[in-house]
Ligand binder design. Sequence first.
Ligand code: MGD
Ligand code: MGD
Ligand code: MO
Length: 718
Amino acid sequence: MKSGRTVSLRPVKNHPVYHGYACAKGRASPQFGYLKGRLLHSMKRQADGSLAPIESSQGIREVASIVRQSVERYGPRSVAVYTGTCASMYTAPWVFADAFLEAIGSPMSFHTMQIDQPGKPIAMALHGTWLAGHANPEQADAWLVIGTNPTISMMFPPNPAHLIARVKKRGTPIFVVDPRRTEIASKADVFLQVPPGKDSVVLAGLIHIVLAENLQDHEFIAENVRGLESLRLAVRDFTPEYVAQRVGVSAAQLQAVARGYARSKRGIAFAGTGPNMSPRGSLTEYLRMSLMTLCGHWRRAGDEVSGYGVLIHPPPAFAQATDPTPATGLGVDMRVRNLTKTAAGMPTSALAEEILLEGEGRVRVLITLGGNPMAAWPDQLRTLAALKKLDLLVCLEPVISDTARYAHYVIAPTMLFETTTATTVFEAASVLIPLYRTIEPYAAFAPPVVQPPEGADVIDDWQFFFDLAREMGLSLTIKPVSYMFHPAKAQERAVKLDMARRPTTEQMWEILLADSPVPLAKVMAHPGGQVFDMPRREVMPKAPGWTGKLDIGNADMLQDLRHTFLEAHSEDNREYPFLLIGRRLKDRWNSSWREHSVITRSWPYNPAFMNPADMSVLGLSTGDIVEISSRRAALRGVIEADRTMLPGVIAMTHAWGASPEDDVNPADVGANTGLLTDNTSDCDRFSAMPRMGAIPVRIRPIKDEPASVAAEANISSV
Ligand SMILES: Nc1nc2c(c(=O)[nH]1)N[C@H]1C(S)=C(S)[C@@H](COP(=O)(O)OP(=O)(O)OC[C@H]3O[C@@H](n4cnc5c(=O)[nH]c(N)nc54)[C@H](O)[C@@H]3O)O[C@H]1N2
Ligand SMILES: Nc1nc2c(c(=O)[nH]1)N[C@H]1C(S)=C(S)[C@@H](COP(=O)(O)OP(=O)(O)OC[C@H]3O[C@@H](n4cnc5c(=O)[nH]c(N)nc54)[C@H](O)[C@@H]3O)O[C@H]1N2
Ligand SMILES: [Mo]
């Protein structure tokens, strides 16, 4: 199929996992490679500021020479890589990016994880890990869903709507906490429609009820848990009446949730981006885990371990706990705000400051890999200033994105269907994010379906890092991802590449998936994927003499909980009477592929969803343009009536809009909510993530003002 192009995607009807389902973005994906603006050549910034095509190999040579100089003159820390969502899917790009950083000796590896749900690994560190995990959603007998909307965000692949219907039919109770009556909230047995940023108050209330009514799992706690008395003391004031009054639901509703959840045998509680963007995301995650621990909702010896383990060796599943480990101070210090590497990785939200702060150790070179800082990072004003200050910005990007327009070099990559991918990343995610766990041991390996468009000079993202290293005279060592949960083994099987010859794609995958439980060749023999016949895995009993315990009484966390109690008295919302939250839109995927008509068919912009009652107080109608200002800056949004919104809350999707330097109509391209946030204020004290949700804002109708007034005000406030 040398000159062929992908035209359409039809899901396979009798597919063992997807059962004929593909979402709209998936069905549109064959056209993503042919979108208007798709880069078929790499680009280089010219003296006059414009970007002009450059041969990729020449571009990489030039980048190599600048990176080498930076390392020599300013040290390895001057070079950073930021990996976003569109590199995560492909596995090889981030493995090679990390190998490249290791080769130059730079610890500056930043990821989206740190501006997504960093509270998860942080809470896991401070609480300790249960080595058997929890039930997957299919098997669980109660769901407590906090600020995630899987029907839209696809967080239970492959087909969340079906899964929810199946689980409902079985009678599994669903409890939802969200400021918006979401798709899943409309299916809930009890829906707690609470203001954003109050999840730790709600969870403390639920824990209070569980303890007051003696619903906890005494046996599990006696054997595996410490810190109960500290937790009991910390939630003492969070009575049902207090919490009900604080978050605007009834005490009876809270009791129904606590009882329904605690009485289940293997309930799961999970939180999504909603509470994690709001203040105290780490605390919310910690209390969520503590509630599960109190109820003994973890898998026990003999329970089935489902799903993963085809391409990646899963971690061993024992009915035992690991002791807590530190969540911060993990070996790499930032120069700004005394921040460090955390259990969630390097603090991405501090990278802009790190670039801007003069002095030794400043980051001067940034390579972005399948990510879009200008669209997705918090604090868009500071991000813009930082990108402009870099000596070298290189973007591995198929389009001139909001970030790539500021790049010195844009390296044009192959896209989906032109490159090779495998389900590796889903297996990895299924270990880290149990919601991602499919029941079946499914795997697929997808070789290219088509060549890149004729005349294109594009390369795979991983090849860029190989070529860059070679040009710099470095050699790369690749650790197989098949052993990502077995670090010693990964080290032992690491391969030092022969830099004289770039490995072929097949050789590269053989290294990445060395000794995979099912050999790669066998997976490759089933194009379209296969559920493999794997031995049933069971949770093994606790090892004799094992002493690890989960900690539900972490002093720092419980001190923060105390603060959430005390700050109730200082909640002053007169100046900024609304709270702005994020939400995802069905046809959208962060900032990607926005040139495709499917992505914008429902909304060509990101509306500001608002309850009609609030609209009538402000005299607004759907389609009106308003100025939305936070303490940081202002943007212009288009109002949309939405009865599912809690009054006092407005919702807008992230990663829309343009640069603050542009003078655009919000009804054409939307607005970027990152403009409203400030990297240096209201940060989570563990993850350093700033307040990206529940942002206090005020709203002012603007009828005939020129857009540039707002834009200028924003730029001058950096
Ligand atoms: N205010 C607010 N901010 C948020 C969030 C929020 O809820 N509210 N959510 C946060 C979350 S959860 C995340 S994950 C981050 C996302 O942060 P990022 O990952 O930085 O943002 P994306 O928009 O996903 O960036 C994907 C980029 O990859 C490019 N791309 C598309 N296809 C390919 C490809 O095949 N190869 C390569 N190399 N590139 C490709 C796209 O053009 C796009 O520029 O945003 C975060 N920011
Ligand atoms: N269609 C689509 N799917 C996507 C993406 C996309 O852009 N579009 N992005 C992908 C990415 S990168 C990610 S990380 C996942 C995210 O997946 P989810 O976390 O499920 O994301 P959302 O659908 O935005 O759901 C967040 C929910 O939190 C609620 N919320 C907001 N603030 C708060 C709060 O303070 N407390 C509580 N309890 N709720 C709150 C919102 O109303 C919303 O219903 O989705 C992925 N899937
Ligand atoms: Mo995300």
